[in-house]
Write a protein that binds this ligand. Structure first.
Ligand code: MN
Length: 318
């Protein structure tokens, strides 16, 4: 997964009552897959430390290649792979090789640099549905050693008819339910799944800002109707989230302490300056990110570096 941010300027940011914002995904291509890209927005590059949200599927991958993301590098972020259906194989330059299935977390900490590939395995499930998320590493941690974690067991709590799985960080209403995954900032990432007709109030950490998006079904969240492809932003200062949903609906709740740092994102890199981006591109071209074994195909080549556009974006990054 990667972002070139080529059409960020097309994204508007309607502001509603109470500082809520509702935005629509743009369509992006990841290999042959069409994805809903919900973040970044031109006027909102991050929510907490979350800085990238792709939602793809559900789609049939029966008898076709499915996901095929060749080896590519990352710096300055963590990638979060979460599936609602199907299976995906991860390989990276540390030598990790891990299949992931729904309800499990793949968390790759790029730190100063890592490369990975993600693909549907040769014999894969017929359906694919998931999200690919990036968490920006705060300045103090972004040169940390690269790492990869797979968590097959994650804490789940029930709030009425909602099953809430905590992927990352912890929930305000159930702080004892902390995800075992490594984090570098005050953060929450959770999946909300409605087993019945749901009308619930979920406690939020008021120092966090949050986004909510629906992955299946439809929900009314904080009084706003949501379907797949919509992103609802909630500013800090809220301590309750109202959720109404019908059975089979699922949504993601992501949030954290506002990062307060200016991110410069280009291709698969989260940096601060154009010089860092240029150095990462050169490093990838010189093979300094290491080898990703087992992928049948060439690694991804970076797109042409537009220095003027990068410099312009660096000036407005936030
Ligand atoms: Mn990636």
């Amino acid at each position: 997964m990667s972002t070139l941010d080529t059409d960020l300027d097309a994204i508007v940011r309607p502001v509603m009552a109470d500082g809520l914002e509702l935005t629509r995904a743009r369509t992006a291509a990841v290999g042959d897959m069409s994805v809903r890209r919900l973040l970044p927005l031109r006027l909102r590059r991050s929510v907490g430390a979350w800085c990238f949200i792709d939602h793809y599927g559900p789609m049939s991958v029966d008898g076709v290649t499915g996901m095929a993301v060749p080896p590519h590098p990352h710096i300055g972020l963590q990638t979060v792979t979460w599936l609602m259906a199907g299976n995906v194989l991860h390989r990276d330059s540390l030598g990790s090789e891990q299949m992931i299935r729904p309800g499990q977390l793949n968390l790759m900490t790029a730190g100063r640099g890592i490369a990975h590939a993600e693909e549907s395995p040769a014999a894969h499930d017929p359906l694919l549905h998931g999200v690919q998320l990036w968490v920006a590493l705060p300045d103090a941690s972004r040169l940390t050693e690269p790492d990869f974690e797979h968590h097959a067991e994650l804490p789940v709590t029930r709030v009425g008819g909602l099953a809430i799985t905590v992927l990352l960080g912890s929930l305000a209403g159930a702080p004892a339910l902390r995800s075992p995954a490594t984090t570098f900032s005050g953060i929450v990432g959770a999946e909300l799944a409605a087993a019945t007709d749901v009308r619930e109030r979920i406690a939020l950490e008021p120092t966090f800002e949050h986004v909510v998006f629906v992955t299946s079904g439809a929900a009314s969240v904080a009084g706003t109707e949501l379907a797949p492809g919509s992103l609802l932003y909630l500013p800090p200062g809220r301590d309750i989230l109202t959720v109404m949903a019908s059975p089979g609906t699922a949504a993601m709740l992501l949030g954290g302490v506002p990062l307060g740092e200016r991110l410069l994102m280009w291709w698969n890199f989260v940096a601060r300056t154009p010089q860092e981006i240029a150095a990462a591109v050169a490093g990838w071209q010189q093979g300094m990110f290491g080898e990703v074994g087992g992928y049948a195909g060439p690694p991804l080549a970076p797109p042409p570096l537009d220095a003027a556009r990068l410099a312009r974006r660096a000036r407005v990054a936030g």
